[in-house]
Ligand binder design. Structure first.
Ligand code: 5GP
Length: 133
């Protein structure tokens, strides 16, 4: 059975999509640490990042780099912080978070409240940024 992130990648569950290719999918985290907080997944459903096969693993980082550049071009920040946690959703994913201080990527802190319109607007901007890289 497919997990929640596979269903998102297949369009069975809605998401604010940022980018995809045949192997990877990027979308906004629904409970973001910052505006522009994005998740990047391999379409292949593997729970633990370090269990991915070598090609899928290295390709995930290459794809994540492109997505990070797109976020950076849209969200004012010092840099894009990167985290892999995976304690909540058993489908390997990379968190890309616009940050200014280390506290901005503290997963125990309160998440940012965003309206549907704000999610849609920032997703659209990052999507365009990705296409223009
Ligand atoms: P982790 O597994 O890395 O501990 O956390 C999973 C992340 O996925 C969380 O930041 C959470 O907000 C996000 N998340 C969980 N379910 C959904 C969902 O259905 N849609 C989206 N866009 N994000 C989700």
């Amino acid at each position: 059975m497919s997990g929640i992130f596979s269903k998102i990648a297949q369009g069975q569950i809605p998401s604010y999509k940022i980018a995809e290719d045949d192997k990877y999918f990027a979308f906004l985290d629904i409970n973001p640490l910052a505006k522009g907080h994005t998740l990047v997944i391999p379409k292949q459903e593997v729970d633990y990042l370090f269990d991915l096969d070598e090609d899928t693993y290295t390709g995930l980082w290459t794809f994540s780099k492109k997505v990070a550049k797109a976020i950076e071009s849209v969200c004012p920040c010092e840099r894009i912080g990167v985290a892999v946690v995976g304690l909540e959703v058993p489908h390997a994913h990379v968190h890309l978070v616009p940050i200014n201080t280390v506290g901005d990527i503290d997963f125990s802190r309160n998440r940012v409240a965003m309206t549907k319109e704000e999610f849609a607007a920032v997703a659209k901007e990052i999507r365009l940024g990705f296409l223009n890289l």
